[in-house]
Write a protein that binds this ligand. Sequence first.
Ligand code: PEP
Length: 249
Amino acid sequence: MRKQIVAGNWKMNNGLIQTESLIADLKRQTKVSNAEVMIAPTYTNLWHAFQSTKQTEIEVIAQNMHYAENGAYTGEISAGMLKSIGIQTVILGHSERRAYFNETDEALAKKVDAALAHDMRVIFCFGEELSDRKAGNEQAVVESQIKNALFHLNDAAYKDIILAYEPVWAIGTGETATPEQAQEMHAFIRKTLAQKYGNETAESVSILYGGSVKPNNAREIFSKPDVDGGLIGGASLKAEDFFAIVNSF
Ligand code: PEP
């Protein structure tokens, strides 16, 4: 049985006071689904958020990390540093990291290796641009992103890999992939994994959808057989909306 997961990516939002207040709001919500719940605050609030959610079912995760262990990488943070404060899961390859910070598949492969070497779980993000979809290239783009960054792994590594399909044209735009478009791509991703690693591994990997998931569309998207949850941006910044999504399973 694959894990259902709803992860909130707070991006570069919320200082310490807002983080405290949003976590207090989240703690007041009731979870009625079986989904694992994760939130990704910004680096400066990770330790505080980790401490404040210790007695809850909310896992605090990181939005990014560097592949090196330590050294002269000003402004960066390593897997070991995240682990040292209790963080077990990291988002890698978000389209904003790819677009604004030039993260390549090759650099992402190194980041994935570094996270796994520290026994961390990875939420690996990928997805096509609007121009790719218009040209009918969305599956080829997604396939190459997955192959370039992940296909050097052995199948045992996939116990710590969560995939997040996030079509770039749907992120923060209010435009969502239809549930059918999401299902079609998720089934394709699972088939791609199965061709390389076999059905058992492919069936065990959770594949999240991300891109303008809101309380009013989550249920339909999550009802699709290959959609195992969501990576949520904007709607994760309001506790009621986020938990309405968590409870959409
Ligand atoms: C995201 O940034 O991963 C995302 C899905 O954002 P939004 O939900 O705001 O589209």
